[in-house]
Design a protein. Structure first.
Length: 277
């Protein structure tokens, strides 16, 4: 009960911070999501490279932040695409820095993981810029806010249904990776995700109709479950329980945002393909 209370309080505080940044405007969103990208990259490196973060690791964190921030600034300031090549500089620097890193067992074994966060974390988050700036230079947080609302409704539904129906006599969803997840929890998350789609459509956050809102909610829900399982598998392989401790009751930011790293690219692809507004 105490853990559930702590989890709820930290979740609400984080929810208020994210919504506040999105509603406050362009640079608040840029700063918050850049910080989040850096923290999640740091958490990933701590999982895959136990011990002190090396200089190449610092470059990996910096590169991840640039992968998120440069597309955002390019769309916000209506810059030409040539500015995107700035991302290449710190990425190449990672390779060069490895030449001067001692060839100890850990450094040699784990150095490929320095590049994974760029694709696993930074790239999915950078895609959010495509829906924040549907028209270059014009910031609108409605679509991203909608995806986050669906995600939070889905998480709440899965948590409540999982606790109520899935723990004792429930049917395991993927026991080899996440023994606590159940089909009952999945159904509860899907149900509340669809409920959130009705609310989003009613308040016209997604202006392309209810059907599109429901389809997006299903994509976010299923993608979120898959993303959660992907991170659970990563932690299981490295013998880690949580990615961090920054969010009491949840773990790290990567634990909180793991689902979005799969669900957001899928949902954003649907939004762009069908020109959802």
């Amino acid at each position: 009960m105490i853990n559930a209370f702590i989890r709820s309080v930290s979740g609400v505080i984080f929810l208020m911070i994210v919504i506040g940044a999105l509603l406050a405007g362009t640079y608040y969103t840029l700063i918050l999501f850049s910080i989040m990208t850096g923290i999640m990259t740091w958490e990933y490196l701590r999982i895959t490279q136990p011990g002190k973060i090396s200089f190449p690791g610092i470059l990996s964190i910096f590169s991840s932040i640039l992968v998120y921030a440069i597309p955002f600034l390019s769309l916000q300031l209506e810059l030409t695409h040539k500015w995107l090549v700035l991302i290449v500089i710190p990425v190449v620097a990672i390779y060069i820095s490895l030449l001067y890193t001692k060839k100890n067992q850990e450094g040699y074994r784990y150095h490929p993981y320095l590049f994974v966060p760029l694709i696993y974390i930074a790239l999915p988050l950078s895609l959010t810029s495509a829906i924040l700036f549907r028209t270059a230079g014009q910031y609108n947080s409605d679509l991203l806010l909608s995806l986050l609302i669906i995600t939070w409704f889905s998480d709440v539904g899965a948590y409540i249904a999982g606790i109520s129906f899935g723990q004792k006599n429930g049917h395991k969803l993927f026991p080899s990776i996440s023994p606590k997840k159940s089909w009952e929890g999945f159904a509860g998350g899907l149900l509340l995700a669809i409920v959130s789609a009705f609310a989003i459509s009613h308040f016209n956050l997604i202006g392309s109709g209810l059907i599109h809102s429901i389809i997006i909610s299903v994509i976010v829900n299923i993608g979120g479950v898959l993303g959660d399982l992907v991170e659970s598998q990563l932690k299981r392989e490295f013998g880690v329980k949580d990615s961090g401790t920054i969010m009491p009751g949840h773990g790290g930011l990567l634990d909180r945002f793991d689902g979005t790293l799969v669900s957001f690219p899928l949902a954003i692809s649907y939004i762009l393909i069908f020109n959802i507004t």
